[in-house]
Design a protein around this ligand. Structure first.
Ligand code: DOR
Ligand code: ZN
Length: 328
């Protein structure tokens, strides 16, 4: 018994570097056949050489586990020659508005400045991944970005645009307004709300950007995921920070250890929709070529680790009713 998923893929993942990379990567590679690896390192991954170096570091940390890192470049003013040369090394280019989240100081200040890059990307068929927030009031930042998404989608109709980690009802609605807008949804935005961050005792392990929203927003996310919407894909945004960093206010939820066990609870036996959300939609939308890998989840109690290296995972210490087979 149990659920078997074919080639699950995490479309938005922070793996970091060095010791932290080695500590966290087994939790993703045990559950997924691949993942889209975010480029917000210091300094950012913004050249083909840096992509190669980072991919090699990831491959070494994988220790032989079948997992395809789908690499990304950090948005800057790339030339046609650069992108043509590096096209085959990357899945997408990630646009961060300057200063909006962790390690995004080198991000984009004015969208018009990167219009020439977007034209090149459209021609070379490189998807654009976007952290869609303004610098307005924290609860409204994502909603305020909606017109910007629409403008981008209309100005570049042949550019696939991935609205990363959507957290509001307004962005769910955008999916119907332009054919080239796609979305990723995280585990934490799907299951939790702002109440989990500040409704009782302050809980920094639920603090992330975009911030968790209202029950109404969460309901919209749950409905669109349950509908099996073909443009909606799972992207964990699992974002580890050392405990010290979290206590100084770093944004990011380290959800990797609990992803498939919690999604199994969420889908309540609807394996077909589960499979679409964590794999088929992404593979079909972006023609992904992932290693053959089946991941089995069984009904067996399992305790989430209290700490992984220096990082406290989501729901640390909790007992969950499902586990990955062969997981430690
Ligand atoms: O919560 C977040 N953490 N949101 C982001 O956009 C970045 C991420 C990180 O890198 O820690
Ligand atoms: Zn992220």
């Amino acid at each position: 018994m149990g659920i078997v998923l074919d080639r699950p893929v995490d479309m938005h993942l922070h793996l970091r570097q060095g010791e932290m990379l080695k500590d966290v990567i087994p939790w993703s590679s045990r559950q997924f056949a691949g993942g889209v690896v975010m480029p917000n390192l210091t300094p950012p991954v913004d050249s083909g050489e840096k992509v190669d170096k980072y991919r090699e570091e990831i491959e070494e940390a994988l220790n032989g586990e079948a997992f395809k890192p789908l690499m990304t470049l950090f948005m800057r003013n790339y030339t046609y020659r650069e992108l043509k040369e590096w096209r085959s090394k990357i899945f997408s280019i990630k646009l961060y508005p300057a200063g909006i989240t962790t390690n995004s100081e080198a991000g984009v200040k004015k969208l018009e400045e990167i219009y020439p890059v977007l034209e090149i990307m459209e021609e070379l068929k490189i998807p654009l991944s976007v952290h869609g927030e303004t610098n307005g009031f924290v609860m409204e930042r994502e909603r305020e970005f909606a017109p910007i998404y629409l403008k981008l989608a209309k100005d570049f109709p042949n550019l696939p645009i991935i609205m990363e980690h959507i957290s509001t009802i307004e962005l769910v609605d955008l999916l119907e307004k332009a054919p080239n807008l796609y979305a990723t949804i995280t585990l934490h935005h799907l299951l939790f709300t702002l109440d989990d961050v500040v409704g009782g005792k302050l809980n920094p392990h639920f603090f992330c950007k975009p911030i968790l929203k209202t029950p109404k927003d969460r309901e919209a996310l749950q409905n669109v995921v349950k509908s099996g919407h073909p443009k909606v894909m799972f992207g964990s945004d699992s974002a580890p920070h050392p405990l010290g960093g979290k206590l100084r206010g770093s944004a990011g939820v380290f959800s990797a250890p609990v992803i498939l066990p919690l999604l199994t609870l969420f889908f309540r036996g609807d394996v077909a929709t589960f499979q679409k959300f964590v794999s088929s939609n992404a593979r079909e939308n972006f023609k992904l070529n992932l290693p053959t890998k089946k991941v089995k989840i069984v009904e067996e109690q399992w305790q989430v680790p209290y700490i992984v290296g220096e990082v406290i995972p989501l729901l640390a210490g909790k007992i969950l009713p499902f586990r990955i087979k062969n997981s430690k």
